[in-house]
Write a protein that binds this ligand. Sequence first.
Ligand SMILES: *[C@@H]1O[C@H](CO)[C@@H](O)[C@H](O)[C@H]1NC(C)=O
Ligand SMILES: *[C@@H]1O[C@H](CO)[C@@H](O)[C@H](O)[C@H]1NC(C)=O
Ligand SMILES: *[C@@H]1O[C@H](CO)[C@@H](O)[C@H](O)[C@H]1NC(C)=O
Ligand SMILES: *[C@@H]1O[C@H](CO)[C@@H](O)[C@H](O)[C@H]1NC(C)=O
Ligand SMILES: *[C@@H]1O[C@H](CO)[C@@H](O)[C@H](O)[C@H]1NC(C)=O
Ligand SMILES: *[C@@H]1O[C@H](CO)[C@@H](O)[C@H](O)[C@H]1NC(C)=O
Ligand SMILES: *[C@@H]1O[C@H](CO)[C@@H](O)[C@H](O)[C@H]1NC(C)=O
Length: 849
Amino acid sequence: MAMRWECFLLGMLAVAVCKHTVATLVTEGVELKVIWPNPRTINMAMANFGVPKYGGTLRGNLVYFSDEARYYKNTSYRCHPRDCRYGCDLHTSSPPIKIDKEPGTAYIMMVDRGPRDSDKVDACYFLDKVYNAQLLGADMVLVADDKEEALTTAVAPDTNDTAIERRNLTASAAMIGKNDADFLREQLGDGKTVLVMVSWAKSIPESNLVSWEYWTGTTDSCGNVCSERVEFTKAIYKQAMKLEQLSLTAFTPRYFLYDCKEGTVNTPECQSNCFSNGRYCAEPSGDYTGKDVLRMNIRAKCLYRQAKAKLNGYVWWEYMARFFEACSMSRGQYNAECAGTVFDTLAKEYDIGTRTEWDQCATGVNETAPTIEILEDDLISQLGNATSPPLAPVLILPTIRINGGQYRGSLEASPVLRALCAAFPDGHEPAVCNEIWVSDDECQGPHGEGYIKCNVGNSNGMTGCINTFKGYQCTCGSGFQMIMNPEAYFEETCKDINECAVSTTPYRESACRCDRCACINNIGSYKCTGPRENQCTPENNYGGCWHGTYENVTFTNCIDTIAEYKQKSYMGILQDNDTWHKCGECPKCFRSISLGCEYLCSPSQVCDVMYNTCIDQQSGGERTPNGGKAPSASVGVHPGLMILVALGAAALTGGVVMATNHIMMKKRMADEIRDIMSSYMPLQEEHARNPPSAAGQGPSSGNRGGYQERIIRPDEDSDEEGRVGAYGWSTGQPAAASAVLKAGAGAVPTLMGASQRAAWAPPTSATAGTAPVPGAGPMFSSPSPSAAAAAPLKPIAPKPTVDAFGGAEDERPQSMAPPAGDADPLLGRQVASSSSSVQKSSGEENPFR
Ligand SMILES: *[C@@H]1O[C@H](CO)[C@@H](O)[C@H](O)[C@H]1NC(C)=O
Ligand SMILES: *[C@@H]1O[C@H](CO)[C@@H](O)[C@H](O)[C@H]1NC(C)=O
Ligand SMILES: *[C@@H]1O[C@H](CO)[C@@H](O)[C@H](O)[C@H]1NC(C)=O
Ligand SMILES: *[C@@H]1O[C@H](CO)[C@@H](O)[C@H](O)[C@H]1NC(C)=O
Ligand SMILES: *[C@@H]1O[C@H](CO)[C@@H](O)[C@H](O)[C@H]1NC(C)=O
Ligand SMILES: *[C@@H]1O[C@H](CO)[C@@H](O)[C@H](O)[C@H]1NC(C)=O
Ligand SMILES: *[C@@H]1O[C@H](CO)[C@@H](O)[C@H](O)[C@H]1NC(C)=O
């Protein structure tokens, strides 16, 4: 029964096929040009398998192994014809033939059709020839016809064996006529080089809104053709839906129809598989009749139509993907009920109209009416009407028509998307087209054209390569930006990006962002320093600077310049060899001597840092040199005044620094940096946070209270430059110098902001040793750097990139569906119709060989 049906179908189809073959199956707009030595344009018919390079061109050497072919450049090798001319085998010649490939060169291999009418050698499939040539290294395979006749579309037979080959095929394939093949053989002569170019650039009509049709079916139980259809649907539906949602494409699903003319209407086959007296027929599949299939196709068409009315026609893709998943024929789920379940789940997510509307559309079809509108639509699209044949009639399944033009190639997401991309005008391709699984990646090293051309011999720093749909683009490498060089006629050059200054990216890394971290710009990149340890500590030997201990207090001229260091970082001028400390001037009450500093005060004196002078301890605060005093009367005025002055100075300094920042840095960084900088701006922080109550509390400091803050800031010189230095690092009990410093300390609150400073007095030295100051508390606290850390940079939310195709891996096809194949291998020269429709015809014409 099955066999009879198939033969019968072929009979039906022969009519349709013969009617259109000659007129339409010629070149599909793909051109083969001989470039050298003798130019000529050659017609080709693309095969229905392989991977065509839509939108692209392929330029390379023609390869053809005649029976006398030399290979490995060895004249004594003789090639077995089955291997060489016909490409049916690879192993009968010894040593096995191989294309001597030069890297970076494409090879277009010609093989002969056949052999035909030969008792000795069996012909082999087109597919085998192409696959074998690919194994030899061919990028494209031309099958030379052996008779002068109209070109036909080569089809791959649908068997389990050939499925593997089709799946592994990456070359594209086409057939050329005998005359052209003879011309090529002549050109090749005795091992000459022939340069050819194949262009798919204009093979698909272009438009801004690409309309396309996918001819398919709802059945999933017809061998490889069906499983490839299912795979393809699953692989491409997300991309297809997104293209629709972005209004880049206008997609129409189509269902292939057979007819039952020629007086066969009353046969059982026609009765069970056709509507409308044999006008619309579908192939039976699995346990289901053609009528069952037609009904299911109508349901899918109805869904498409009513969803499209809501501008959601693309939901058809998801419907089909879910339908194949849930309503498999092999599991006996191919029925209206299952389809309805799929509809209901989709209706929850998308506006696709109501279930009632859908059911009415599907069941309202009068199966005996002379015409059924919803099917007639596909039929006219398939074959045209009496007066206007379609641009590309649909004779083979699967078929994809793009802008009315025929897609030829395997039914896989990648080549189909590529063909869709080729239908957009140059430069208007959707983003997915530039992705390397869709278009060739010329930037791929080491042989990619872009990889080579962008990297080599380019003096202006362009070392980056961006893959585009129709080629590649050389750009500045990462870490560089394009600038016009006014000194060189505005030539475009690539300039290093100073990431530390113009970008917040480095400061999102904790190794650049932390309190004592900084960013160093490199050519093409940047480097985070990680925490830079304070060098002015005993452990670090005071950075190699002078230090000396007097009365248990160690003094040093080492200055921690981390703030300056960080400022350089923000300005992008920090260098690897910059240091974050320096050996400065001698501390107050010290004088510079040849090998360091010398303390000036006698044991009975203490240092008044404010006035840089030694004063008698006993005199309770009177200065020795000028005997001047700070009468308590004036002290009453001083504290507030001093603080005001200090605040003013701080504001001024801060203002200047901030102004500088604004000029130096990009505006968008300012806020983040201000946060950080503020913790390194000693003056304003200090004074602002040190309340007036800090002054004048201790008995002996009463008359000096107003100067507290000044006195405890031995590093005031540096402050104006925005850096903080620590002249002293206490090692024990406070001594003479610190005695004064400690005056009134009991009331001095801990200065939490001064995190970066080395403490003049240790945080824990709570009592005022020799100093006649009661209750001296910690003057400075040195909290862990993080406590007063700069507010961490708020990461700027990355701009959402609009990528219709979702960079997400899971949205790409997981696996490339195997190309669609076709029926059984047989000798015959007609274009095959659908899948199993061409079976075992005993004729000699065969689309497979
Ligand atoms: C060519 O092949 C023959 C037979 O294998 C071998 O003896 C000869 O050395 C080869 N010649 C060259 C140039 O490789
Ligand atoms: C082809 O493979 C499928 C499973 O992969 C198997 O069910 C089927 O029987 C095979 N067909 C032939 C002809 O070997
Ligand atoms: C097909 O390709 C896969 C990997 O892509 C490989 O493992 C397999 O061996 C190939 N099959 C044939 C028949 O070459
Ligand atoms: C279906 O169409 C046939 C032929 O036009 C007609 O005779 C029949 O009444 C129709 N059936 C229904 C239910 O409309
Ligand atoms: C055939 O189709 C064309 C275009 O689709 C249309 O303009 C024409 O009217 C149709 N002719 C007939 C006889 O239906
Ligand atoms: C210095 O420290 C030592 C030990 O901590 C102590 O014995 C000594 O009295 C201190 N000297 C002065 C002057 O504070
Ligand atoms: C740091 O290195 C740069 C070049 O790498 C050099 O020009 C500069 O003088 C060096 N600076 C110091 C302080 O060594």
